[in-house]
Design a protein around this ligand. Structure first.
Ligand SMILES: *Cc1c(COP(=O)(O)O)cnc(C)c1O
Length: 426
């Protein structure tokens, strides 16, 4: 599959693109919600909640029947024993992040994992206590870092530095981020970046940013809520200190699904780094005899606190099995094409061209599957109108709508019909 640069504005060409799509069969692995006429909706909200893999119920039912048949013995006797069940998802997570063994684990929820990482990597002192984050970060991430600053006795208004563009744009040029780090290099205790940004869809050029953080010994972490299963990540080589993500967006693990964590190998033997501990992070060999002293599993596994929710892991496994088959490199190429196609159509439809501004950068190197659009002259009926016409997308007050064509289950025809309907509504 190659990256397409030329498109046509016709339904026939959309159908031809679907016909030539090597990944088109994967749509059938998912339940596609229906509209009132019992037709598939145009689902462009996979960046909010991914669709249900058909195989998911089988994986969950396996756990249910093992529980029924074995009770507590299911920990060892289940078809896939629950004791080491979390290990079943680490290969899939490593494939998506290009992590080396022991760098990733599935556990908790995103915000919990973010707090655990801040406990370990945000180590402020009176000279260095500032946290750098994007100005338009997901508010919850700001609540998390602000509460950590307060927890350490700092005023969060003073402790948080936001990076933004120097010209007031929503899109933030790399040089502006580099400048901000350079200016604050002696007082920054942590950098946290959402990759890509949840609101604008901007994927940052992380290499120079991380290089800078390394140079000034500032720990840097990523929030990959919108990156995992979307971008082609390379976390080990990127040399970021840590990353956290949720799995119910592009990873299709279901509402509130189990989240994940990456911690770089070079921290696996940090003896002085504090961390919060629980029995599931203890050395597996004698975890169940629970000796008096905590002895950590190496790497990410050592950050586990509790025995994990097996139903949620089962749901994640169902989805990761699909990713393992389709492969993220292929999915990324298709997603580039789908997103480029969406942008092409928006700019070649007279109505959408006039009334919609694409906020997301137009180079595929600077974005994932999502286009954030600003609608001029929008009114309250707009979103309702979209829904009534079978388009499911995410709207952010006052005027931003986010469309995410997802490589696993969206088609070029979905994208074509979406822009056509959008034009008609406008
Ligand atoms: C989705 C999302 C979250 C959600 O956090 P949870 O702990 O899973 O509720 C946090 N941050 C960002 C940037 C997100 O996009």
């Amino acid at each position: 599959m190659t990256i397409l640069t030329k498109f046509d504005n016709t339904l026939e060409s959309a159908r031809l693109l679907d016909k030539n799509d090597e990944l088109s069969a994967y749509r059938d692995y998912f339940h596609i919600p229906k509209n009132k006429q019992n037709q598939d909706v145009i689902y462009l909200a996979g960046n909010s909640l991914g669709l249900a893999p058909k195989i998911c119920s089988e994986y969950i039912n396996e756990v249910l029947s093992d529980w029924r048949d074995y009770g507590v013995e299911g920990h060892f006797k289940a078809k896939n024993a629950w004791m080491p069940y979390h290990e079943l998802v680490t290969e899939g997570l490593s494939n998506l992040t290009k992590a080396v063994p022991n760098e990733v684990v599935a556990m908790n929820s995103l915000t919990v994992n973010l707090h655990l990482m801040l406990v370990s990597f945000y180590r402020p002192n009176s000279n260095r206590y500032k946290i750098l984050i994007e100005s338009n970060t997901f508010p919850s991430d700001k609540y998390a870092v602000a509460s950590q600053a307060r927890f350490h006795g700092y005023d969060d208004k003073d402790a948080i530095i936001e990076f933004k563009s120097s010209n007031g744009d929503l899109i933030i040029p790399t040089v502006d981020i580099i400048d901000t780090i350079e200016k604050n290099k002696d007082i920054l205790a942590l950098i946290l970046i959402g990759q890509p940004n949840y609101l604008t869809g901007q994927a940052f050029d992380l290499d120079p940013i991380i290089e800078m953080a390394r140079k000034y010994k500032i720990p840097i972490g990523l929030n990959l809520a919108h990156g995992i299963g979307n971008l082609n990540l390379d976390l080990h080589a990127l040399n970021v200190d840590f990353a956290v993500w949720c799995s119910y967006k592009y990873l299709n693990s279901g509402p509130g699904g189990i989240a994940g964590l990456f911690i770089h190998e070079r921290h696996h033997r940090d003896v002085d780094r504090p961390k919060f501990c629980g029995w599931w992070g203890h050395n597996q060999r004698n975890r169940f005899t629970m000796p008096g002293n905590f002895e950590s599993e190496p790497g990410a596994y050592g950050y586990q606190l509790s025995n994990p929710p097996i139903f949620q892991l089962a749901a994640l496994r169902a989805s990761l099995d699909i990713f393992n088959k389709a492969k993220i490199d292929n999915l990324r190429r298709k997603s580039i094409n789908l997103t480029n196609y969406l942008e092409f159509l928006l700019k070649n439809n007279p109505k959408t061209q006039a009334l919609i501004k694409v906020i997301t950068p137009s180079s595929y190197l600077e974005r994932g599957s999502q286009l954030s659009l600003q609608i001029l002259n929008t009114n309250k009926n707009f979103v309702e109108n979209l829904q009534q016409n079978g388009i499911i997308a995410d709207f952010r007050e006052p005027d931003i709508i986010r469309f995410a064509p997802v490589a696993l289950y969206n088609t070029y025809t979905d994208v074509y019909n979406c822009v056509k309907i959008l034009g008609d509504i406008l």
